[in-house]
Write a protein that binds this ligand. Structure first.
Ligand code: EPU
Length: 428
């Protein structure tokens, strides 16, 4: 028995869609909340399974989580206990590794099972660990067998954490956030050089500063953290999800007559919007929304993913589907995850003409896509297949949709409201 998403292609989308809070900020804000000594209220929390997994982890740590309203969480860390994190929820998402930085910062000790998440090729965490070591921690890795399954565990501990200068070889989002969380309670000043500049990092720093941390420079490549001895509870509203917004904008360019994507920060999407304009997509960009009118002839383009403010790797996959509809040969170069091309093989099953030669894919268009059985091999692959299903002829059946549910809040419901024929079915 498996739940699948089915889409009958060919219906034009019309209407307005409201973007949810940013997944990649949320999954860091929730672990960051445990650093406080009082309740942290977070508003704009997307309804995604990654949040459910993080809530399970919080409950394991005896942290109370109150769901006040649909998108409104109160996290109460008073009464928390620092237990070994070996619940299976840890293996469900990559962001569970933020508990490394948060627990190390708060207790100077953490033992946690290896994190899970989308397979996009190798995703090492060496920079996170080197950062913890630079602050004075020791890191040990061991394997333990439980009920016939072997799991890897990291034990990270320190007598005290002392601020220092940390240069990241790669401007990693995860390493920047993890080191920030470990450093807020460290003695003295920590300076992260070549820090990542993604908007989600600014959001995490905003939360920590509201809690009482002293962090400057978020959004630039040098972040300075002056350690404090106490952090308090606070209220925080999550920024809109730029990747969900980008997904809808690309979807509109492929499948809409007239669509408005609202609750967005267009500055977070500049590289995508300028590429879409180059393709010939008809758009109006306003302060907090983008209106897209479909039907224009689209031209092939060359794109390269890069750290922010470059084109987000997470949007490369949805964009590939749109490029199958553009006239000419497009090329996509993946600079963040060189193996993030599994969606191309699924799109080929639907008739796309794509040649993958890592780290590049060449897409020849326009091609008619035909509905068939395809697999969401990861979250954004799932999004690219939903777009393909909307424009494909006949019915597309998407398998392994738990990947989509990890990161998109009610994607099928939002599309149905704009006229898509999309539904879920349980099949044998
Ligand atoms: N890297 C290392 N060593 C490290 C850390 C990273 O070599 O210790 C490499 C990675 O392998 C990758 C590059 O550095 O080649 C950048 O990785 P980064 O650490 O920035 O990515 P991440 O923190 O693991 C986050 C998002 C991803 C998004 C990337 C890039 C979360 C939970 N995940 O991952 O989002 O693709 O940044 O922007 O924030 C998604 O939403 O679908 C997703 C995968």
């Amino acid at each position: 028995m498996e739940e699948v998403i089915r889409i009958e292609g060919g219906r034009k989308l019309n209407g307005t869609v409201r973007v949810s809070g940013a997944k990649n900020a949320t999954v860091a804000l929730i672990p960051a909340a445990i650093l406080a000594n009082g309740p942290v209220t977070i508003v704009g929390v997307p309804n995604i399974s990654d949040v459910k997994a993080l809530t399970t982890i919080l409950n394991e740590l005896n942290v109370q989580v109150i769901e006040k309203a649909e998108d409104h969480l109160i996290i109460e860390p008073r009464g928390m206990q620092n237990k070994v994190l070996d619940h299976e929820a840890v293996s469900k998402l990559r962001a569970s590794y933020y508990f490394m930085g948060a627990l190390l910062g708060k207790y100077k000790y953490v033992k946690i099972r290896m994190a899970g998440g989308c397979y996009l090729g190798p995703r090492p965490i060496d920079l996170h660990l080197k950062g913890f070591e630079a602050l004075g921690a020791t890191v040990e890795y061991n394997e333990e067998t439980k009920n016939g399954e072997t799991y890897g565990y990291y034990t990270i501990q320190a007598n005290e954490l002392v601020g220092t200068k940390i240069f990241l070889d790669i401007a990693s989002v995860g390493a920047t956030i993890n080191i920030l969380m470990a450093a807020v309670y460290a003695k003295g000043r920590t300076i992260i050089e070549n820090a990542a500049k993604e908007p989600e990092i600014i959001d995490v720093v905003t939360l920590l500063n509201k809690m009482g941390a002293k962090i400057r420079g978020a959004g630039t490549n040098v972040i300075t953290i002056d350690g404090v001895t106490r952090l308090n509870g606070c209220f925080h509203e999550i920024i809109p999800d730029r990747i969900e917004a980008g997904t809808f904008i690309v979807m509109a360019a492929a499948a809409a007559e007239h669509m408005v994507v609202e609750n967005i920060i267009p500055q977070h999407l500049e590289s995508l919007l300028s590429k879409l304009q180059e393709m010939g997509v008809d758009m109006d960009i306003e302060v907090d929304k983008v209106t897209i009118r479909g039907g224009n002839k689209l031209h092939a383009i060359d794109v390269t993913t890069n750290p922010y403010p470059g084109l987000a790797t997470d949007l490369q996959q949805p964009l590939t589907t749109l490029l199958t509809q553009a006239e000419g040969t497009s090329s996509v170069t993946e600079k963040i995850y060189r193996a993030r091309f599994k969606h191309c093989f699924e799109l080929e099953k639907m008739g796309a003409k794509i040649q993958v030669n890592e780290p590049r894919a060449q897409i020849v268009g326009p091609t008619k896509l035909r509905g068939t059985h395809v697999t969401a091999t990861d979250l954004r692959c799932g999004a690219s297949l939903v777009i393909a299903g909307l424009i494909g002829e006949g019915i597309t059946t998407i398998h392994e949709i738990y990947h989509i549910d990890r990161g998109y809040d009610n994607l099928d419901g939002k599309l149905e409201a704009m006229g898509a024929k999309i539904w879920r079915e349980v099949i044998d």
